[in-house]
Design a protein around this ligand. Structure first.
Ligand SMILES: Cc1cc2nc3c(=O)[nH]c(=O)nc-3n(C[C@H](O)[C@H](O)[C@H](O)COP(=O)(O)OP(=O)(O)OC[C@H]3O[C@@H](n4cnc5c(N)ncnc54)[C@H](O)[C@@H]3O)c2cc1C
Length: 545
């Protein structure tokens, strides 16, 4: 490999590293897996990315395949930012805001920009990028685009895909494309291009036209779906065409994103936040359904269950003292409104309070930021669970982010409790419940064979539950390596075969982040599991989910 490192260092402006230290650092992300790269490249400009891709393409033409994995901050929980070839690390240099139109709020950024930093910049102009993940302080915008990340505000504002107007991306042969919706006429021009881009447009158009029925089966009636590839919004009825919705969420397996043009929303830091306790799941479900049916959507609708509170109180007795006394309600909901007009916000909050009061045993409404912090403290107490490390083990991100239709919420939660009882796991559930999303990180000691086996049983049965309820195994999070073995179970063999064909169109030599989304089996995962799972490299900020 050192010959390759030498060649790249000679031709790239950015640095190339093969040191054991660097390889060890990039061998882990926030998943339970480990896989050291052969070498690490810090591209200084798009040309470095282009040249690296061109070089590996030429090697592959001669029979030697060296994978490329684009890496943001490596906070992915599914092993998607791991690879055994070239690790292209974006945050080091490609981390700037290139343009900010303060009138429209549109912003052009390089992929490696830190999400939190971008958010601060936008906030000074009274705007924000709403689908920020909980990991925003330590993750990148490129990673969020590649994962189609979403977060606490997505119940009202949607996922990342909604905010990406276009991207600049490097294809597997080193060619650079710029995406964005093109009209039918412009699309016909694209079909005539004699380049790899032209080939892509032709092949994808044929794939879509010949497989309309199979593509339609990929739709799920849920807030967000990151499982597989998004083939549903490329070609519209008016004949317009756009590769952006496909590349967003494709986890670096189709192309490498270097720049993105994003839209943003006006920010209102003055919100109304509510915390409501419910004695039983059924009452909480009725309140959630009614709140979601209402025309005025809350800007946040999350839950934690009594088990979260009990476990937090056990691990960190003073955290909830004076804010949330025991006995704990079965379910606690957090509901927020952020309408820009004060009058409108008050109206929405009053309406929501009326709904909640019908079902809840307690309700606290706060508009003062100082008082709201107490409620936020309860909501974010899950950080204590994520960072626990004791004899029982650690909370493992193995089934995070699945999503079901909200009408099936109660079955989802009850099914998860049942599964925990069956497998002898202490349940603790939280999540963006307004979207039908649950977070659940079973505590296991992954260094022990018995617990590893249990982890696979949990994945197997949990995904069966989600699929049986018409949901998606990758709703808020993405597939990565961890969920690749379950993708066919969710979609069936015809749709899965289409994903494989799509990947071959973009990446005929399987260079772009292979093993992510496709081509990883349960046996592969067993071989990659690390015995020392920790979130160590992100402890600068308290990890929360
Ligand atoms: C505690 C915790 C909480 C989290 N909360 C959330 C949450 O609320 N919502 C959520 O959606 N996710 C969440 N995540 C998952 C993850 O942090 C986010 O998806 C985040 O956006 C990933 O950004 P990153 O820079 O770390 O990307 P990485 O982990 O580096 O990469 C993620 C994927 O993107 C690809 N990629 C990175 N850069 C590029 C590029 N330039 N071009 C092409 N592909 C690229 C990688 O190859 C990989 O497939 C959480 C993770 C942790 C550990």
């Amino acid at each position: 490999m050192s010959k390759i490192a030498h060649y790249l260092q000679e031709h790239l402006v950015g640095e190339v590293m093969t040191s054991t230290d660097a390889r060890r650092y990039f061998a882990t992300d926030a998943s339970i897996m480990a896989l050291p790269p052969a070498l690490v490249v810090y591209p200084r400009n798009e040309n470095d990315v282009r040249k690296t891709a061109r070089f590996t393409w030429q090697l592959a033409e001669r029979g030697r395949v060296i994978p490329i994995t684009a890496r943001g901050a490596g906070s992915d929980q599914t092993g998607a930012s791991l690879g055994n070839g070239i690790m292209l690390v974006f945050p080091a240099h490609l981390n700037r805001v290139l343009e900010l139109d303060t009138k429209s709020g549109n912003v052009v950024v390089e992929a490696g920009i830190n999400y939190g930093k971008l958010q601060q910049t936008l906030q000074t102009h009274g705007r924000f990028l709403p689908p920020y993940p909980a990991s925003l302080e330590y993750s990148t915008v490129g990673g969020a685009i590649a994962n189609n990340a979403s977060g606490e505000k997505s119940v009202k504002y949607g996922d990342t895909r909604r905010y990406v107007q276009s991207v600049r991306a490097v294809l597997s042969n080193g060619e650079v494309i710029e995406t964005g919706r093109v009209s039918k006429r412009e699309f016909n021009k694209k079909l005539g291009l004699a380049t790899f881009e032209g080939e892509l447009y032709r092949a994808i158009d044929t794939l879509l036209e010949e497989n309309r029925e199979v593509v339609n089966t990929m739709y799920r009636d849920i807030s967000k779906n990151n499982a597989g590839y998004n083939l549903l919004d490329i070609k519209r009825r008016d004949g317009s065409f756009d590769l952006t919705p496909l590349l967003v969420g494709s986890q670096g397996t189709l192309a490498i994103i270097t720049e993105a043009t994003l839209t943003t929303e006006p920010l209102n830091p003055q919100t109304t936040l509510m915390m409501a306790g419910f004695n039983d799941l059924q009452s909480a479900e009725l309140a959630i359904l009614e709140l979601r049916r209402d025309h005025d959507q809350p800007s946040l609708l999350e839950m934690i269950d009594s088990n979260v509170l009990a476990q937090v109180a056990e691990l960190n007795p003073n955290l909830l003292k004076g804010i949330m006394p025991a006995p704990y309600p079965a379910v606690v909901l957090f509901v927020e409104f952020d309408a820009l007009s004060d009058r409108q916000q008050k109206k929405e909050a009053r309406k929501a309070a009326k709904i909640i009061e019908k079902y809840a045993s307690s309700l606290q409404v706060e508009t003062e930021p100082d008082l709201q912090t107490q409620l936020v403290k309860v909501r974010q107490a899950t950080g204590t669970l994520l960072t626990r490390s004791d004899q029982a083990g650690r909370a493992l991100p193995i089934v995070d982010g699945a999503m079901v239709p909200i009408e099936r919420l109660r079955e989802y939660i009850e099914g998860t409790y049942k599964l925990c009882t069956k497998l002898g796991i202490k349940p603790a559930l939280w999540g963006r419940i307004g979207e039908g999303n649950l977070q659940f990180q079973p505590v296991l000691n992954i260094s022990q064979v018995g617990d590893r086996q249990k982890a696979f049983r949990i994945m197997d049965e949990y995904y069966n539950l989600v699929i049986s309820l018409g949901g998606s195994i990758s709703g808020e999070r993405n597939d990565g390596r961890l969920r690749a073995p379950y993708l066919e179970r969710q979609y069936g063999s015809d749709a899965h075969a289409l994903f494989i064909r799509l990947k071959q169109i973009f990446d005929p030599y399987n260079i772009m982040n292979p093993g992510v989304k496709l081509g990883t089996t349960q046996e592969d995962i067993i071989g990659l599991i690390r015995s020392d799972f920790s979130l160590g490299h992100i402890y600068n900020h308290l990890p929360r989910s």
